[in-house]
Design a protein around this ligand. Structure first.
Ligand code: ATP
Length: 327
């Protein structure tokens, strides 16, 4: 369990973390999401005693990190994959860590195997690709068989096989009853890996909820309706107070309602319909909507990419991510 209580961090005039409070529970993979500059890394650094809070505290299993007797055996972390001596081999790096944390040497070989680094064990870390460095960082994080695992952008730099590996690994760690917190910018990846979400923006808590509930809360249920008479359908829907959220490129309409409701309306008004499809909102859509006001660095106008906010005729069919919340 990780408990974050009234956590605040200021750097001069910048408030990076602002009265943040949440709990990360064991047995789940919790995604820690937020736009650039939201305060994720700062929060994670405070969890791991690398930065002092201006106010508030973080407890890992009931104890602040700095007071843990065996930190590496309690919490494993991947924060900065560059923090390895480049001249040291992967094996030696892990051996040194094990020795200084009173972890048995056999565990070094176990994590090398777990991370798929057998062939690279004798190579210097300085020659590692980004993905291999990431694997070494994860191997180090798991060295002490910690009950709590904190990973900042763990899929960063990994190839598709590596992404699949980390997804399975995190799910296995959670299934073993460990507490797993991962940050990610990749919503599609988070949707496949994460059970629970903590979303922050401008250092403040925006959401602390299950994946499915989060998507349901921040997107509309929708259906795509294809008809040879889109104007009549639009009128019928408008008459029932139903919003058309997108005009799709194939002439179909996307409306914020249920398939049942559309079925009843088109039957009552004799509107011919060729296809009705339930559309599933994605984590990305829900995230963009929730954080639209909390984005610090923006390349476009707010919400420009939100499905349903594009000008008519610009949405491509099938752009939703069906089952975005499912794995
Ligand atoms: N050492 C520091 N000195 C001054 N300001 C800092 C420092 N570290 C972070 N900040 C500021 O604090 C805010 C939060 O930064 P942080 O890196 O925690 O965000 P983040 O959510 O991890 O962002 P990203 O997704 O881009 O990694 C930003 O405005 C950042 O510029």
């Amino acid at each position: 369990m990780i408990e974050v209580t009234d956590l605040t961090k200021r750097y001069g005039n910048t408030t990076a973390v602002d009265g943040l409070g949440f709990r990360v529970r064991p047995g789940l993979v919790t995604g820690f999401l937020g736009p650039n500059g939201a305060g994720k890394s700062t929060t994670m650094r405070m969890m791991l005693g690398l930065d002092r809070p201006t106010a508030g505290e973080v407890r890992i299993g009931g104890t602040p990190y700095r007071q843990l007797r065996d930190p590496l055996r309690t919490v494993g972390a991947l924060l900065d994959t560059g923090a390895v001596h480049p001249g040291r081999t992967a094996l030696n790096h892990l051996r040194c860590l094990a020795r200084s944390n009173r972890i048995p040497a056999r565990r070094v070989h176990e994590v090398i195997e777990l991370a798929g680094l057998e062939d690279a064990a004798h190579r210097r870390a300085g020659t590692f690709s980004l993905g291999m460095g990431q694997r070494l960082g994860i191997a180090a994080a798991l060295l002490g068989e910690p009950a709590v695992v904190v990973l900042d952008e763990p899929v960063n730099g990994l190839d598709p096989e590596g992404v699949l590996w980390i997804r399975r690994l995190l799910r296995d760690l959670a299934a073993e009853g460990r507490t797993v917190l991962m940050s990610s910018h990749l919503m599609s990846e988070a949707a496949l890996t994460v059970d629970h979400l903590v979303v922050i923006g401008r250092g403040r808590l925006l959401a602390d909820t299950g994946m499915t509930a989060f998507i349901d809360e921040h997107t509309e249920a929708g259906v795509r309706v294809r008809t040879p008479e889109p104007e009549r359908l639009r009128d019928v829907l408008a008459g029932a107070g139903i919003e058309v959220v997108a005009d799709c490129a194939d002439g179909s309409l996307r409306a914020a309602t249920s398939a049942e409701r559309v079925g009843e309306l088109v039957a009552a008004h004799a509107v011919p319909v060729h296809e009705v499809t339930r559309t599933h909102a994605s984590l990305e859509e829900a995230f963009m909507r929730l954080t639209a006001d909390a984005v610090e660095y923006r390349s476009q106008r707010p919400g420009a990419d939100l499905p349903g906010t594009k000008p008519p005729g610009t949405e491509q069919p099938g752009t939703e991510q069906p089952g975005g919340a499912h794995r």
